[in-house]
Design a protein. Structure first.
Lengths: 266, 303
């Protein structure tokens, strides 16, 4: 009962946010980058979320911010799943030296405090939205790689794989057509939870000024300037954070529900 | 056991080498030049060349790496571009501040997470379990830096109970809440798994009081997997320190790290990467050793 409620909440929130993000241009009352007020205004019927320190409408910025934050999260997780699946599949299928090299590389990547690695790379590159996606994706694939490797180790011993090999299927075909589809379930769960993580990482990066660059709004960079105005304009700090929290929470709920439904062990 | 530890210590070498290679090349292959951050662009080119030579930046990158490596083996990580102090001195100043934050956070996290996780599992589906399950999901979903901001907003800006900067309470709470959620979930899962095992059914069947079953039989076994999590949660703890120290202006290694990144202070960045990676790897090794000594089923040596 409770589980269903959480799932329902999550599904409604996410669908709602995705729709709002897609139709931001029609819904937003103002241009998100335009200065519409000479002061920082508290939330009111004119400015649902108030205005920021520069006098921009925060509701409009939050709508466009949803577009950026959700897209960055989604693309980053696609990149991370692609890299993780490829490495995990190669390591698990071939074993031996390939496995050893890939898994040592995974160990190296895991021993970094990942946020530091991401910060360092971002600082060196020109921070823009595409770099953010690639950098988050390229530093978060290790979990997926381990997981896919585990699945491959298990599945490659099954009889049907042996049968496929016996009738002369190529390695490529066995990996992608025979084994991978049977390893889908845990990958889907990991991707859902991974997107939650990617959105959190993007927000932290943008908050530090190394992610999505102003004036383009993202939920993270909307928080960037809020610390200086905490006393006069607390809504600047409160609202974007709640949006991030609710989105990430929904993704976790959906991830857990999928895990149960697909019968994946954590 | 001794062979196992020796083997793991030997593995440390390629790991640290790999980490240093990746960080060094990522940093130095980036376009631009750190001298641009520190030196007036109008300074005459001869002077600029002198500084670059002084910092070793005039060498080809692989030579720079070997020079760095050769010195690093002797624990000489060079000098900070901004202060001119040896990196090792700066780290020695900053690390205690970070540990002052991390160690209590670490202990508090375990003191809270273990009982909460165990009670949640024993009283599965009770209001206690449901409340804390929800709270731990919320705790995992909350951006750490935003949690810090909110605590600051409530306790410093509105209530004036605590100063936003220079006091350990708020950064400590932020760090604890940040790592609490995941660990609680994990402890709950571990306990549930143990409770489902045959030896628990046997213990109950032979009529042991429930308390003995839970505390003597189940809990001991459910604590074992947590030991591994201690090791695995270290990178996150360090990662958290970078952000939390930055928000609360806590003068630890994390804040120094973030500042150095913005300043392209290469020697300091390398020093921090190597030190945190070293601590993370050693932490994991210790966790695995403990794991082996608390669980007699685990044997590291091959017969």
């Amino acid at each position: 009962m409770r589980k269903n409620k959480a799932l329902l909440f999550a599904a409604i929130v996410l669908t709602g946010f995705v729709l709002l993000a897609i139709f931001a241009a029609w819904i937003a009352p103002y241009n998100p980058e335009e200065i519409v007020s000479s002061q920082t205004l508290a939330p009111s019927t004119f400015h649902l979320f108030g205005t920021d320190d520069l006098g921009r409408d925060l509701f409009s910025r939050a709508l466009y911010g949803a577009r950026i934050s959700l897209t960055v999260g989604f693309v980053a997780v696609v990149i991370s799943v692609l890299i993780g699946t490829l490495f995990g599949a190669l390591a698990g299928y071939y074993g031996g030296a390939i496995d050893l090299i890939i898994m040592r590389f995974v160990d190296v990547m895991l021993a970094f405090p990942s946020i530091f690695l991401i910060l360092a790379i971002q600082a060196m590159l020109t921070p823009n939205i595409y770099n953010v996606m690639v950098v988050i994706g390229a530093t978060s694939w290790m979990g997926v790689a381990r997981l896919v490797r585990g699945e491959f180790l298990r599945i490659r011993e099954l009889q049907y794989v042996e049968a496929a090999r016996a009738i002369g299927c190529s390695d490529f075909r066995i990996i992608f057509r025979h084994i991978l589809p049977n390893a889908q379930a845990p990958i889907i769960v990991a991707a859902t939870l991974g997107m939650a993580g990617a959105i959190l990482t993007e927000s932290a990066l943008s908050f530090l000024g190394l992610g999505v660059q102003p004036p383009t709004p993202s939920w993270g960079n909307m928080l960037m300037d809020s610390q200086a105005y905490m006393f006069d304009a607390p809504w600047m700090a409160i609202i974007p954070g709640i949006l991030i929290l609710v989105t990430v929470l929904s993704l976790y709920f959906i991830g857990e529900a999928l895990r149960e439904k697909l019968d994946v062990r954590s | 056991m001794r062979n196992y530890i020796l083997k793991r210590l030997l593995q440390l070498i390629p790991l640290l080498l790999g980490i240093s290679l990746i960080s060094f090349f990522v940093m130095h292959l980036a376009p631009g030049d750190p001298t641009a951050m520190f030196i007036d662009p109008n300074v005459n080119p001869v002077e600029l060349a002198r500084v670059r030579a002084n910092w070793g930046l005039d060498q080809p990158i692989y030579i720079q790496y070997f020079i760095w490596l050769k010195n690093a083996i002797m624990l000489d990580f060079g000098r900070s571009y901004t202060t001119g102090q040896p990196v090792i001195t700066e780290l020695a100043e900053r690390l205690p501040m970070t540990l002052l934050l991390m160690i209590p956070a670490f202990i508090l996290t375990f003191l809270i997470a273990i009982p909460v996780g165990v009670i949640s599992a024993v009283k599965k589906n009770s209001w206690f379990d449901k409340t804390f399950t929800f709270l731990s999901f919320a705790g995992m979903a909350i951006p750490t830096f935003w949690l810090g901001l909110m605590l600051m907003l409530v306790f410093s800006v509105k209530l004036h109970w605590l100063p936003a900067i220079g006091n350990i309470t708020l950064p400590l709470i932020t760090m604890v809440i940040g790592s609490l959620a995941g660990l609680t979930r994990y402890q709950r899962a571990a306990m549930l798994e143990v409770l489902n095992q045959d030896f628990i059914r046997t213990a109950r069947a032979k009529g042991l009081p429930e308390r003995t079953v839970i505390f003597k039989h189940a809990l001991r076994n459910a604590l074992i997997p947590i030991v591994t999590i201690i090791g695995l949660s270290l990178p996150d703890l360090f990662g958290g320190a970078f952000i939390i120290e930055t928000i609360f202006a806590w003068p630890g290694m994390g804040r120094l790290g973030v500042q150095s990144i913005f300043q392209r202070n290469y020697p300091v960045i390398m020093g921090i990467v190597m030190l945190s990676a070293f601590l993370i790897i050693i932490g994991n090794l210790l966790a695995d050793i403990c794991y082996g000594s608390v669980d007699p089923r685990i044997r590291y040596e091959k017969k």
